[in-house]
Design a protein around this ligand. Structure first.
Ligand code: RBF
Length: 160
């Protein structure tokens, strides 16, 4: 998990499932786009790197992270979508808006995942500062977008 001392984008990529026929939705919040753009690029490139087809990656922006839940619900209810990756960045401000947004999105995405039985990945940064966010969006702590994509791929390999 996130740590100041570890590059988080070092992860195991052994035994990943074949995703060449899988369809992915990537939802990207427009707020803090200097952070969400590189997170998106990381997720997109990682899906391609591990075998996803470009034409099977469906990208949609939403205004802010709060809107990710609704976007995820629309994506997850689409029968051809296999996994949903949600990208956002909510930076702590002087008021408690970040708590409300973060809690709402975390619960919303969990609910969508369970309702539609599909992986819905929480690729939302919740930093105290913009610098902390940039450090995790292709900076010194790696790119959480890469990790979100790997998590989606791994979850497609989970079955009982
Ligand atoms: N959306 C984000 O994705 N990141 C933010 O840091 C963020 N900060 C916000 C701060 C305030 C005070 C408000 C009212 C909204 C903020 N939003 C942010 C937008 C939010 O996710 C959503 O788009 C709007 O609240 C409209 O539903």
């Amino acid at each position: 998990m996130a740590s100041e001392h570890k590059n988080l984008s070092v992860f195991s990529t052994e035994n990943l499932p074949d995703i060449s026929e899988k369809h992915f939705a990537i939802l990207v919040a427009e707020w803090n786009s200097e952070v969400t753009d590189p997170l998106f690029s990381g997720a997109y490139q990682t899906l391609l790197r591990f075998g996803a087809k470009e034409e099977f990656i469906h990208v949609q922006t939403v205004p802010g992270s709060y809107e990710l839940s609704y976007g995820a619900a629309l994506a997850a209810q689409a029968s051809h979508i296999d996994a949903v990756i949600c990208i956002g960045c909510v930076i702590q401000g002087e008021t408690r808006h970040n708590d409300y947004i973060n809690n709402a999105v975390a619960h919303g995405l969990t609910q969508v995942s369970i309702q539609y039985n599909k992986p819905v990945i929480f690729g939302v940064l919740t930093p105290n500062t913009l610098q902390q966010a940039l450090d995790r969006a292709g900076g010194k702590h790696g790119n959480k977008g890469d990790e979100a994509a790997i998590t989606a791929i791994k979850m497609l390999g989970v079955s009982f």
